[in-house]
Design a protein around this ligand. Structure first.
Ligand code: FE
Length: 341
């Protein structure tokens, strides 16, 4: 009998931790989101007004939300997981926290290369991962991802660490487009060209151009567009010194990443979840993505924010991101082998 007490306490502790979320009423929509952009508020309030469905939000870091959904299991109140990056969407799928859904609307609205092959996740907006450079120091910038490994750029290139999902998805795309062997040679070449050990976020790669630490940096487009639109310290004031290249034009095209989401494996309000996902593909919602966070809409035919439009037209890599996502473990292995920190 003496064993019962500690066991009971342990169970109670677990239950308490898992029910520390607000009590969600039936017929609402429980959104687990790692997106943290102010303009997303409009997405939610418009949906609530339109449908009368109340949205409850749990916000947190993507991996924490995925872990939480796993821990909550069948009792999870989560209806939808919204997050960024193909690698992470795939991680959620592999963790078993999403489910396949059927929606003719989503199938038709979201281009095929931006959805999971099992319909467990869908992309709602895109960002291009492109080359930025110091115009004063670089007269012949790299024109492709392959060029980043050219020895003539030795000591000039800045990129994020290999633990970052943007790095992982980019290398996974190089594997898909050029094969694993070429991808490894490429990654080794980029490491040899690093100006400094990988560090910081995308904005820090751009700031590195301003500070002179980097001559060539890779960043997602919205970080640069944001600095055009409003003041970003250490960047906006000097932004005119930075040039950009949409890589691999005439070849595979610029690498695109996703912000997207999927319906939770044990969604208590599955119909509402699908309704919300469908709403995210409407012209109105797509405009919030593009105008509010300088992203490229996933649904063709929606306008761009003025700051993104300034970057110009380009050819996007149309590679199937569901296939790219499957290369992530191999990408991680290559990063380790070539010493990309
Ligand atoms: Fe980002």
């Amino acid at each position: 009998m003496s064993l019962n007490k500690p066991l009971f306490l342990a169970a109670l502790a677990t239950t308490t931790a898992l029910t520390s979320v607000p009590s969600f009423a039936e017929g609402e929509l429980n959104l687990y989101s790692s997106r943290h952009y102010d303009t997303d508020e409009r997405l939610y309030s418009d949906f609530e007004e339109m449908t009368g469905i109340t949205i409850n939000r749990i916000e947190g870091k993507a991996d924490e939300l995925i872990a939480r959904m796993q821990a909550e299991g069948e009792n999870s109140p989560a209806d939808i997981l919204l997050t960024v990056d193909t690698s992470r969407l795939e991680r959620a799928k592999n963790a078993g926290v999403l489910q396949s859904i059927e929606s003719a609307t989503l199938e038709a609205a979201v281009p095929a290369q931006l959805q999971d092959s099992d319909n467990q996740w869908f992309g709602f907006s895109q960002r291009a991962r492109i080359i930025f450079y110091d115009k004063a120091d670089v007269s012949e910038p790299p024109m492709s991802y392959v060029d980043l490994a050219d020895p003539k750029y030795k000591g000039m290139v800045c990129h994020r660490s290999s633990s970052n999902v943007y790095s992982q998805t980019l290398l996974a795309a190089v594997i898909e487009n050029h094969g694993a062997e070429a991808a490894k040679t490429w990654a080794q070449g980029v490491v040899d060209n690093f100006a400094r050990a990988p560090q910081g976020g995308d904005t820090d790669q751009l700031r590195g151009l301003v500070s002179g630490e980097c001559d060539i940096s890779i960043s997602n487009t919205y970080y640069f567009a944001r600095a055009l639109r409003r003041d970003v310290s250490g960047l906006s004031d000097s932004i005119d010194m930075i040039g950009w290249v949409f890589p691999a034009q005439g070849a595979e095209g610029a690498h695109m990443n996703l912000s997207g989401g999927g319906v939770a494996a044990h969604a208590p309000n599955k119909d509402n979840a699908i309704k919300f996902m469908e709403y995210l593909t409407t012209a109105q919602a797509q405009e919030y993505f593009s105008a509010g966070n300088d992203e490229y809409p996933a649904v063709p035919g929606v306008g761009l924010s003025p700051s993104v439009a300034r970057l110009g037209m380009f050819q996007a890599d149309m590679v199937d991101l569901s296939a790219v996502a499957k290369n992530v473990p191999q990408a991680q292995q290559i990063f380790n082998e070539v010493g990309w920190e």
